[in-house]
Design a protein around this ligand. Structure first.
Ligand code: ADP
Length: 426
């Protein structure tokens, strides 16, 4: 098996797909694994993204998992390691961006790395160390109210400092704008001052490409998915159509949606407006568990069976904020979430057994539950449907056919995503 070039560790599942998508667009062939594989890689690719769920777990556990991923990636030959986190720098007061960076630096015996969540295509820019989301600063973007990782300070140098035992510095835009040589000189100067992690400004893709060139010999890069656009060129790779080639597709078409985000609500509404079959799952029917859940699953699958041969079918629990709140008040947020995820995952398994070969899943947590229930361990990344959302292909444990699947995180995709995606599958 050919050795891989770039080894990536992502702290969440849909973020891993986002990174993989950017690498594919820059010409790399990429596989995303679900967790740390137990076997050597069975694919000829340039990069692997190991997806963890380590964003908000205990820092010690996040480090242990990330180091296990590092070890596996090194065994596959990775020449450079990329630690990927959210483009809004999601972290708690104690981690996990800092602790995982420290642990990876120690394991790689490297004394310098960068940190930047900049992803201008998604409206994330960093200037003078301050992170903007669209035209507002991070702490005015809604992220200040995030239930798990409230981000109340937009200054990334200040945010990172308490999370790491290293000195944190800044490579600001005046340097980045001058290009590779200036960035390398600034890195050398920071290093001489004892700085080990540099937050880097970037407000455009041109900045990211200039930065990418300056990172060619850096053993560890830590970033959002944006920096990835500048790295494949360092390995002599240019954008090409082969990178996103997936095996031929066959099979019926279905969508399972457990996301209640604004974009997904619009997508469900647009799909229903086409008159195509849409089957609603009522969470209140699931509260008894056991038999009640089985009945909902059986009914949904029976309805799907009657429609699937004629075209795409949607099964959804997606609800508008008021309806969602009412269900959560009655069942509890956690219980409702888990009941719905497990039900949709069982429906997904049934759909693949019924012959679905082209499958859209909406929702980050929902995607995790579905992929797990299908027993998928590895996804080959294909062409982008919308920014951050590519088609993928992989084997499941419930069918001997390759499944084409796309995992759409809540707020991604245009309103017609649920029909458009099937039109751009190749
Ligand atoms: P997103 O990517 O939009 O955040 P997720 O799948 O990550 O979507 O999260 C949505 C959560 O809401 C899941 O836990 C899901 O099970 C839950 N959920 C979905 N529909 C409903 C509903 N109608 N009532 C209560 N909870 C729901």
């Amino acid at each position: 098996m050919k050795k891989i070039l770039l080894g990536c560790i992502a702290d969440d599942f849909t973020g891993a797909t986002d990174l993989a998508n950017n690498l594919v667009r820059a010409g790399m062939r990429v596989v995303q694994t679900i967790g740390v594989p137990t076997q050597p890689l069975q694919a000829e690719v340039d990069a692997v993204v190991v997806s963890l769920k380590s964003r908000t777990i205990e820092p010690e556990q996040a480090c242990t998992q990330s180091l296990a991923a590092l070890k596996w990636l090194q065994a596959q030959g990775a020449q450079q390691i990329y630690f990927k986190y959210c483009s809004t720098f999601d972290s708690t007061a104690t981690g996990n961006i800092g602790p995982v960076t420290d642990a990876l630096m120690a394991a790689l015996q490297t004394d310098f790395t960068i940190a930047t969540p900049a992803f201008p295509d998604a409206g994330r820019t960093v200037f003078k160390g301050y992170l903007f989301v669209g035209s507002v600063l991070l702490h005015e973007s809604g992220m200040q109210d995030h239930p798990l990782t409230p981000m109340t300070d937009p200054n990334l140098v200040r945010v990172l400092k308490p999370q790491t035992r290293h000195q944190v510095g800044l490579i600001d835009h005046t340097v980045v704008a001058q290009g590779e040589a200036a960035i390398r000189a600034r890195i050398a100067a920071l290093r001489a001052e004892g700085v080990a992690i540099a937050v880097v400004d970037a407000v455009s893709n041109a900045d990211l490409l200039r930065l990418g060139a300056a990172l060619s010999d850096m053993p560890l890069v830590t970033a959002g998915s944006g920096v990835a656009i500048g790295l494949p060129a360092n390995f002599g790779i240019a954008p090409n159509a082969q990178a996103s080639c997936l095996p031929p597709t066959a099979g019926l078409q279905a969508i399972v949606s457990g996301s209640c985000s604004r974009a997904t609500n619009a997508q469900v509404a647009a799909f229903r407006a086409t008159g195509l079959p849409a089957i609603a799952v009522d969470p209140l029917r699931l509260q008894q568990g056991g038999q009640a859940v089985q009945q909902v699953v059986d009914e949904a699958l029976a309805l799907c069976q009657t429609h699937l041969a004629k075209g795409p079918v949607l099964v959804y629990s997606t609800a508008e904020p008021d309806a969602l709140k009412s269900i959560q008040d009655q069942l509890g947020v956690q219980t409702a979430g888990q009941l719905v995820e497990q039900t949709l995952a069982r429906i997904a398994v049934g759909l693949v057994r019924q012959g679905v070969g082209q499958f859209i899943v909406a929702g980050g947590e929902t995607s995790g539950a579905v992929v797990q229930a299908l027993g998928m361990t590895q996804l080959q990344i294909g062409a982008q449907i919308d920014p951050g959302v590519p088609w993928c292909a992989g084997h499941t444990a419930v069918s001997d056919k390759t499944l084409h699947i796309t995992l759409k995180s809540g707020n991604f995709g245009t309103p017609d995503f649920f029909t458009k995606a099937f039109q751009c599958i190749v």
